[in-house]
Design a protein around this ligand. Sequence first.
Ligand code: NAD
Length: 259
Amino acid sequence: MDMGIKGKTALVCAASKGLGRGCAMALAAEGVDLVITARGAEALEATAAEIRKLFGVKVTAVAGDITTPAGRAAALAANPDPDILINNAGGPPPGNFRDWDRDIWIKALDANMLTPIELIKSTVDGMIARKFGRIVNITSGAVKAPIEVLGLSNGARSGLTGFVAGLSRKTVAHNVTINGLLPGPFDTDRLKTTIAAAAKNANIPLDEAAERRRKENPAGRFGTAEEFGAACAFLCSAHAGFITGQNLLMDGGAYPGTF
Ligand code: NAD
């Protein structure tokens, strides 16, 4: 299926590895020119080079922390008017809310709520003027069903989701959609870190902890960045202009509800 977005431009945040990288790859495969960001320049340049080689699209790599004003300014300087915006950043740490002070909360809100809102604010009016825009926020299954130890993620990402629920109904008349992609367990560095912590807590080998996590999912496996990217590319496609304000859970069926 031709997604109908060849020649469009995208800003994909936090894209040197994992789910952001999966989204960047899938958009590039559709002929989209990219600005990609990540904190570490080396891995980011390697991803940019790989995408250029595989798909022949223009890729600009901007190293920096997207959760800071300087990081966002650098990303937007590389392309102030993207047609597609993929909001992503590292997730907050786990813990007990009794240990979290205001600074810890502000950091989580900055990363997983206010940064996406700032980037939407900077780009959405240009999209509206051009009558095409696709914004995808990479959030978490924690938006649908809270994960106890990830209270910072539950709170910050739900705040973003609530904000977008309102705005996305205003932009869609201009062919600008905003949706959330909610990952369950995907085979990335982030998941490896979580599994390593679980293995340590349970005093079991890493392989065993990973196998337990795989088995507890109805699919019997973890998702892949390629699968995640393909869903993202569809939400960004010319065919998805009637889908807005939605939150697509990709979790192998782990969420047990009918809806
Ligand atoms: P990952 O650790 O594999 O990759 C993270 C990428 O983001 C890297 O390229 C890193 O350089 C970049 N990055 C992180 N913080 C950044 C920042 N402040 N500025 C710029 N770049 C930054 O992570 P992932 O698994 O791809 O996860 C992506 C998002 O999805 C995270 O917010 C994560 O919490 C969330 N999530 C992931 C899973 C999962 O199973 N993988 C599940 C639920 C939610």
